[in-house]
Ligand binder design. Structure first.
Ligand SMILES: NC(=O)c1ccc[n+]([C@@H]2O[C@H](COP(=O)([O-])OP(=O)(O)OC[C@H]3O[C@@H](n4cnc5c(N)ncnc54)[C@H](O)[C@@H]3O)[C@@H](O)[C@H]2O)c1
Ligand SMILES: [Zn+2]
Length: 682
């Protein structure tokens, strides 16, 4: 036997330190730094060295241990039967070698041996104990010997029966399985977290493990977790089942979800075939699996084979290609969605992730870029799972090259060059090009033609797609230039229907200002707001010239809508499109709004405390209608403070500054007088 030299000793120390740290981050913090592929390679390397130099094996080597010790905050519970890990097979040869090993040990023909194959769910392992049919304890795997008691958290999962189904329960039943999260649920949960600035999880496994280990079960209850059973660790008294597959059928009768993919096959050939078939369907399952677990089906043979330090001899995990890989971020480009949303897209050094070459990944939005702290040139971890768009989940900050560049979010739309707008309250940045932006053209036209907008009969979705794809219609104004002869050349458009469409367009030209404003498709300007804008301003010109302050005086228009409207009309392209529409003959009756009395022009008012006769918003609207500006804070510029019940610091401040203070009754009196056009006071 050779002696390990210093280089090997150093490598072993290095590997153990890295793996211990990775285990802690993965199992305790639910925030891995390494990819699983990277972790597996290092563990493999350590196993190889230890196989060559058995004297280097220590009891606490990561090759001998399972998971990580239970975390503080939960009761430590000892497992009646240890919860082990699984040995891995990374290719078909290693699967065949597993079958040979088992067959040799049992002295049977491997090709005739029955194996139960099931998907290897990628989540968090838990053990559930039922006494006389009732769930009494739920525990995490922990270090395999003791785990964390998380019974109250597990009770919140709908897929975990609190009481077993049927009548004949064993005295004691211990069921093991995996808690997972479906892709769609995971994406939705992260999306909400991104918007609310909460914790974003790198993958469903971390999300499931993290959600289970919440100190407050109400949080676990809100997380979309599912439990699937994969083993009956104890049944007392023994029910007489002779195979693993029979036991699984019994668990299903007790009310557990078990894998629909479970299948019993024969020998290495059967196993390999199963793994290939499941591998092909991996992306369509809707949840993460990281491989196939293959178990000797016969329970008597399982007992005969027994265990080694951290895994049973009768089972193996066939690992599918990893769903996370590291590659270089070469650049960031920006895509414009149908509604103008700007999405930063990572252009990557092509890398194979779970069997598919990935060269693009989403970075979601500017906040996500900030959260990741990513720069162009960085090494980044990419995750591709199922049908979900590949994502950048983490950055190797310690490997940042010296020429890395910060990512600068653009100010103008890459498609139409309009200004990009991002409101403080919103995570998403949007192109303000609206009608003009090619990326938004189809949606904008559909909206424009819709019943409650210009109501163009016969101009449906398919037709709009055809017109835009042929580039016949760039802006809504182009619609009115369409000719029957041209339209009739479109598929499914006879002369008759083309004539009908042209007639419908002609008819749609006569509209109302409210409909026209609504048809423009300004963000957050629905039918009601459009109507308010129309009646407030009376003419389109007045609306187009209004600044934000003037816009905020319109009923129902707050700072957000005011900003959208203002930016929209500031865009030269939008003004041109509107001009073109009017030239094409779109018209409506304009009504100059009669200017009411504005006795409070130039004054700034503040409302505080609560009033009996009206809400503060009503008070604000009435003041604004009289020409006053209403502000949220008292300053030297404040003309008057209206102090309702329980007025606080604003009142104190007004008194300090010598600002006039009105109580509710006086305020009401004066309002009534001003609104009646009585100029004597104020
Ligand atoms: N990225 C990191 O830093 C990091 C750190 C530690 C571990 N890991 C990952 O975790 C793996 C090791 O974790 P492990 O010890 O849990 O081993 P494992 O995940 O390879 O296999 C054991 C586990 O498989 C699960 N399982 C799923 N379906 C099953 C089924 N049908 N039957 C039986 N078991 C089933 C069980 O939870 C069981 O505990 C590594 O290979 C690595 O991929 C990654
Ligand atoms: Zn645009």
């Amino acid at each position: 036997m050779t002696q390990p030299d210093q280089r090997i000793l150093d490598e072993v120390t290095q590997l153990r330190t890295t793996l211990d740290d990775a285990n802690y981050r993965y199992y305790v913090l639910d925030e891995p730094q390494l990819t699983d592929a990277d972790y597996d390679r290092r563990l493999r390397r350590l196993q190889e060295i230890e196989a060559e130099y058995p004297e280097l094996v220590t009891a606490d080597s990561p090759t001998q241990r399972v998971g990580a010790a239970p975390a503080d905050g939960f009761p430590e519970i000892e497992h009646a039967v240890p919860m082990l890990s699984l040995d891995n097979a990374f290719d078909e040869e290693e699967l065949a070698a597993f079958v040979s090993r088992v067959a040799e040990r049992l002295e049977v023909d491997g090709e005739a041996l029955a194996f139960c194959c099931e998907p290897k769910l990628d989540g968090a392992a838990v053990s559930l104990v039922y006494e006389r049919g009732e769930l009494t304890t739920g525990v995490t795997r922990g270090d395999g010997r003791t785990g964390e008691g998380i019974t109250s958290n597990l009770r919140t999962l709908r897929s975990i029966p609190l009481k077993l189904r049927g009548q004949q329960w064993p005295e004691v039943l211990e069921v093991r399985g995996e808690v997972t999260m479906r892709h769609a649920d995971f994406e939705a949960m992260n999306e909400r977290a991104r918007e609310a600035g909460g914790k974003v999880f790198a993958n469903p496994r971390n999300a499931a493990a993290g959600s289970l280990r919440q100190l407050d079960p109400r949080i676990t209850d809100q997380r979309p977790l599912e439990f699937s059973a994969y083993q009956a660790a104890r049944i007392q008294p023994d029910a007489g089942d002779s195979s693993h597959s029979q036991l699984m059928a019994r668990l299903a009768e007790f009310g557990f979800r078990t894998s629909a993919e479970l299948d019993v096959v024969q020998g290495a050939e059967g196993i390999i075939d199963y793994c290939r078939r499941l591998g092909e369907r991996r992306d369509a399952l809707g949840h993460d699996i990281d491989g196939v677990v293959i178990k000797v089906d016969d329970l008597r043979l399982q007992r005969e084979l027994g265990f080694v330090a951290r895994a049973p001899r009768w089972a193996i995990a066939f690992k599918f290609p990893a769903q996370e890989e590291v590659t270089r971020l070469n650049d960031v480009e920006y895509q414009v969605g149908r509604t103008g949303a700007i999405t930063p897209v990572a252009r990557l050094e092509p890398v194979s992730v779970a069997g598919v070459t990935v060269s693009n990944a989403t970075l979601h939005n500017a906040d996500e870029i900030a959260r990741l702290g990513v720069m162009i040139g960085d090494q980044v971890t990419i995750r591709r799972a199922g049908d979900v768009i590949p994502q950048v989940v983490r950055v190797k900050v310690d490997q940042r090259p010296s020429d890395a560049r910060p990512i600068v979010f653009p100010e103008r739309c890459p498609v139409c060059d309009s200004q990009i707008e991002r409101l403080e309250e919103e995570a998403v940045a949007r192109c303000s090009g609206g009608l003009y932006c090619a990326a938004q053209r189809k949606e904008a036209l559909k909206h424009f033609a819709s019943r409650r907008a210009l109501d163009i009969e016969g101009l449906g979705e398919k037709l709009i797609d055809g017109l835009v794809e042929r580039d016949w219609v760039k802006t809504p104004a182009d619609l009115f230039l369409l000719e029957v002869s041209r339209l009739a050349t479109l598929p499914r458009m006879a002369t008759r229907s083309s004539e009908n469409l042209v007639a419908a367009l002609e008819k749609a030209k006569a509209t109302t200002l409210a409909r026209f404003i609504f048809a423009l498709g300004i963000r957050e300007v629905g039918e009601a707001t459009a109507a308010n804008l129309a009646s407030h301003f009376g003419t389109l010109e007045a609306l187009m010239e209004a600044d934000r302050e003037a816009l905020e005086k319109v009923a129902d228009v707050g700072p957000v809508v005011a900003a959208h409207v203002h930016t929209f009309f500031q865009q030269p392209h939008n003004r041109e499109t509107i001009q073109a529409l009017r030239q094409a003959g779109v018209y409506w009756q304009e009504t100059a709004v009669e200017a009411g009395p504005t006795p409070l022009e130039g004054q700034t008012w503040v409302l505080t405390g609560s009033m009996e006769s009206m809400t503060r918003d009503d008070g604000k609207a009435r003041l604004q209608a009289l020409g006053a500006k209403v502000s949220g804070s008292v300053s030297k510029k404040t003309t008057c403070l209206v102090a309702g019940e329980a007025a606080g610091s604003k009142l104190t401040k007004a008194e300090q500054l010598g600002v006039e203070v009105l109580d509710e009754a006086t305020f009401l009196e004066r309002l009534a007088a001003w609104e009646a056009g009585d100029e004597t006071d104020g």
